[in-house]
Structure formats: C-alpha cells, structure tokens
Design a protein around this ligand. Structure first.
Ligand code: CO
Length: 172
C-alpha cells in the first residue's frame, strides 16, 4: 500500500459512512501498522480509516503510557459498536488530524462499553473511560462521516465557519 496521507476537512471520504471490515489477518495487520505509524508521525492519539482515504469501519488508538512519548498503548478495532454508556457526561477538548489547528470542547459520555473485532476477527468487549473512551468515541464518529465540529455549539460552529471553509479549500 502506498504511503498514507491524512485527508483534510473538505475531502468527501470524511463524510461517507464506512463499510464493514470483512477481511482479517495479515492484510488488516499491515493496515493497522501503517495507520499507527501515520498517527504517531502526525502526533495524534487516534486515527480512523476514512482519515487515510479508506472507507472502512476500522480505527487505531495509541495512548502515551507515561513520560516516554514513544511508548503507546495501542488498540486496533474493526467494526466497533458502543453497546453501553454511562449516564455521566463530561466535556473535554478535542482536536482532529483531519482538522488541523482547531480544537473545541465537546460533551460525551465519560464511560462506554464497546464491542469490536480484533485483527484476527475475534469479538472483544471492553469497558473504556476517560481519555480512551473519548478517543474511541471521536474515532467511531469518523466511521459514520461525523466530525467533532458537528458536535459543538451553534455559536462556536458559526465562529469557525470561515476557518473550516479555508481548510476545505486549501487543505486537501
Ligand atoms: Co478525528
């Protein structure tokens, strides 16, 4: 596969609902490895396949594990679903590799239970909270063509309109 290029706001692939992953094994492992590399190079903590131009329900997460920023706790999730979520909502600031230079506060559930398939195609259920829950929810939105800027207040959206328009014109 050619080198991964992160797609920028305005690229139509970011608005397409993605297709289920149906092939597991070495090909998906290669994709995961390349996406993790692209994510780390771009200084991100999560990346969804549509962000590299692949309309697939697949995402990677890589959370730094401490002082050494090169060490990451990595997850690769195919066909993820949220099967339960806590009642508590929290506000956290989000950014996105596809929307460079913009970050805004977004409210989401603090805790979720997710079901996904790993690289071998095995079904896994996992509870996540705090930053992990946040990143997974953000990346899962990408699989439905949703961006975090869709989830901010109408006032903030209005304030960002010019910058987003410029990104869409020049960024891709
Ligand atoms: Co994003």
């Amino acid at each position: 596969m050619a080198e991964m290029k992160i797609r920028i706001y305005g690229d139509p692939v970011l608005r397409e609902p993605a297709e289920d992953v149906t092939e597991f094994g070495s090909k998906l492992e290669d994709l995961a490895g390349q996406m993790v590399q692209a994510m780390i190079e771009a200084d991100g903590i999560g990346l969804a396949a549509p962000q590299v131009g692949l309309s697939l329900r697949f995402l990677v997460v890589g959370l730094p594990t401490g002082e050494d920023a090169t060490r990451r706790r990595v997850f690769a999730m195919a066909n993820p679903e949220i099967i339960d979520e806590g009642d508590e909502m929290i506000i956290m600031e989000e950014g996105c590799l596809s929307i460079p230079g913009i970050s805004e506060e977004v409210e989401r559930p603090e805790k979720i239970t997710i079901r996904f398939q790993n690289l071998k195609g095995e079904t896994v259920e996992m509870e996540a909270n705090d930053i992990l829950a946040r990143v997974v929810q953000h990346e899962m939105d990408h699989l439905d063509g949703v961006l975090f800027t869709d989830r901010i207040s109408p006032l903030k959206k209005t304030m960002l309109r010019g910058r987003l328009k410029r990104l869409a014109q020049d960024g891709a």
